[in-house]
Design a protein around this ligand. Structure first.
Ligand code: NAP
Length: 261
């Protein structure tokens, strides 16, 4: 069974690691090619966009992909929608792996907003020294804000316009709570802007904000593509892949089930 994992996340690398070498699985991981020095998953990897829904349909058909797992980042909405459309056009099963979002706890001061534009609109009332950790995409939404000072952290420098008063910090997580607390205190951060990415790799900044009493502008996740089956954990995706394999006509388990009935 040929499996395409749409990746670029720790979950996708973990899924490739857990399933590589498993009986009946042939794994290909796909990366968008956004970061200069990506962390590569085990096994076969292809890099670069497919060329929209049509390109993905052609790729799935040409390379005889049997199932697709969309394990991209919770904010990667376009590839998710493309995967939903392309797999539905071909009748290829699709599973979305999306880690749970973060939850506010006592001591947190979160303001939820739907997108980066709404976050940019809210900033002037909330803070003057802003820690912006939304990755390299979407930073342009803050470019017109001339008064607040920004500490912008991303793996690679953002493309496009940046706010006039900023410091750029290129770094890849995970970050420890201590490191984050030092950053908050040395840069005198009074507002954190982040996306509700979930997971423990970049959670430390939320703990640091809580300790420092700094409010958080939390950008909500985009909706899942309608009708797509989703799981929250990599282990559930492994189970789903095994079920897909075992229910295929001609599979060993399917043959023994048929023989028993
Ligand atoms: P996106 O907006 O949903 O996708 C934009 C385009 O990038 C897609 O239409 C597709 O191009 C291409 N693409 C995205 N993921 C791909 C993949 N895994 N393999 C091949 N092509 C892919 O995605 P994004 O938010 O830019 O994220 C790009 C990648 O970075 C994803 O793989 C994601 O897992 C990873 N990532 C994103 C974030 C984030 O905050 N958005 C954070 C960490 C990692 P075509 O239409 O040409 O096929």
């Amino acid at each position: 069974m040929r499996i395409l994992i749409l990746g670029g996340t720790r979950e996708a690398r973990e899924l490739a690691r857990l399933t590589s070498g498993e009986r009946g699985f042939e794994i290909v991981s796909s990366l968008a090619g956004r970061v200069r020095d990506p962390l590569l998953p085990e096994g076969q990897v292809r890099i670069g966009g497919f060329g929209g829904v049509d390109g993905l349909v052609s790729y799935l058909a040409d390379t005889a992909v049997d199932v697709v797992v969309d394990a991209t980042h919770p904010f990667a909405a376009r590839i998710g929608a493309n995967a939903a459309a392309a797999t539905s056009a071909l009748g290829v099963p699709l599973l979305r792996v999306r880690r749970p979002g973060w939850t506010e706890v006592p001591g947190d001061r979160w303001i939820r907003v739907p997108d980066p534009t709404a976050a940019a609109r809210a900033i002037p009332d909330l803070g003057e020294r802003v820690f912006l950790t939304i990755g390299r995409q979407g930073v342009a939404a803050f470019a017109e804000l001339s008064h607040p000072w920004f500490l912008i952290r991303s793996i690679d420098p953002p493309a496009g316009p940046l706010p006039p008063r900023h410091e750029l910090l290129c770094a890849r997580g995970p970050f420890s709570v201590d490191e984050e607390m030092v950053l908050f205190s040395r840069r005198r951060i009074d507002l954190l802007v982040t996306k509700d990415s979930g997971g423990d790799q970049t959670e430390a900044k939320l703990l640091a904000a809580r300790v420092a009493g700094v409010p958080v502008l939390m950008i909500d996740r985009p909706a899942l593509a309608p009708g797509v089956r989703a799981v929250r954990a990599v282990e559930a995706a492994v189970d789903w892949l095994r079920d897909q394999r075992d229910s295929r006509p001609g599979s060993l388990s399917n043959q023994s089930r048929t023989a028993r009935s």
